[in-house]
Design a protein. Structure first.
Lengths: 143, 143, 143, 143
């Protein structure tokens, strides 16, 4: 397993943003973290809301925090809202269990990092995230 | 009453993890706190989510915080979610009222500390926690 | 005055990193903020320290916070350390008065944003920051 | 490069504590983090101060945050106290630039994680840290 590089993370983010433009999505922030939860690339379109980078970060970090993709996290949060409310505080605001977050894995399934996208509807954020990860030849685990 | 030692806490954590492996549980974090709520041992399996230590801590600390085991805490949280939401903030994120936390008591029922386990389903986390405490010859009070 | 775009910010960050490679600098993080102090682009080389993005952010944000470049901030901090210690707390950790931060201005001197670079010695961080801003045809105000 | 495992981290921590006992050191806390800054093992002797785990964490995390060992961090902090005071706030209390922290590297120099030891004098904390890392066949980079 090789750690995710800045070059790969940049490729993922740029492909996600390019796909979002093709789909006509609203302005986005996209973040790619390494497996330890530390940022490699953050990009916010200049007309996106100013909290979008933190939301994108929390979608990505939340996947790493609990070891599951954003779609799985969103399902679990719906089933157990009190626990996920507690997680928000326990994590000091670093978790948003929502579509738009995905674990990034290599061909053998090893964990390389996570992506978070925020700005449009959760389904569209997820589509942009998954597209970017695939474009770089990696797997997007949404759970 | 003798305070819980690092040697005992290490024995509890290692027995919990060994039992989790036998059961085939997902990667875990296990924490043992002394009666003052301060950590003696934290272990996170290298493939467990990076928030798992804090969740395990909050399960254990929450037991000491309210003086009841995690199963009792989970029941109370279900009955009174608004109060437990307030507790999350009051405790500055140190409480997760969930199965997987237990008070650790000696043979006379004196409080020695608490254990928290996070990574699998709450029932399985609790099974690993209770096993580890029993293995060290102590009582696990899940409430 | 047109606000700084994501496209411009990306150009600045990539030029700074390319220049740092030419100079053989240590692994860096580079951040460009808009005039409101909100991130447009953050990049961290995969071998840079995990606090580097926050330090780069604080160098850039600190320039916007006090309206002066990082070199001027560093001089002021040396003359009045107690005041800058207070600023660290007042800003909730968003200020690092150090070389490597610069205000970004257009040809008329209008404020467009700020850049922060962290990872090598302050003089080298500043050289990378200034190079990137100039490459995009803008002015780097280090104070 | 393989990530640091819980088994290796446990070996390092136990060897550090055993060496500290041989040297007759005061009660310690020892922490090993993975390369992303997330804990694998924390142990606090039951008579060690209750802040010792957080200090050990900050010594280890600080090494990863700036990419240098604790001895190098301590020298830099002595030369530029205002910047390191700012780092304490920027990092939200996750940095203690002090002897007793070391980067953990494999035989090729690849970064695997960090260790932090707190409880005795900085030189003694460092000796315990280095001994534990060497015992596991890895390199301790104190800077």
């Amino acid at each position: 397993m090789n750690p995710l590089t800045l070059r790969q993370a940049s490729g993922i983010v740029d492909a996600s943003l390019a796909h979002a433009h093709e789909l006509g999505l609203r302005p986005l922030a996209v973040t790619v973290l390494d497996a330890g939860g530390n940022p490699l690339v953050v990009k916010r379109e200049e007309t996106a809301g100013i909290l979008r980078p933190q939301i994108a970060h929390a979608k990505a970090w939340g996947c790493l925090g609990t070891g599951q993709g954003g779609a799985a996290g969103a399902r679990h949060a719906n089933r157990d809202p009190a626990f996920f409310a507690a997680l928000a505080t326990i994590s000091e605001g670093r978790i948003a269990a929502s579509k738009g977050g995905a674990l990034i894995r290599d061909g053998e399934g090893a964990l390389l990092g996570a992506i978070g996208v925020s700005g449009d509807r959760p389904d569209n954020d997820e589509a942009a995230a998954v597209f970017g990860v695939h474009k770089e030849g990696l797997a997007a685990d949404v759970g």
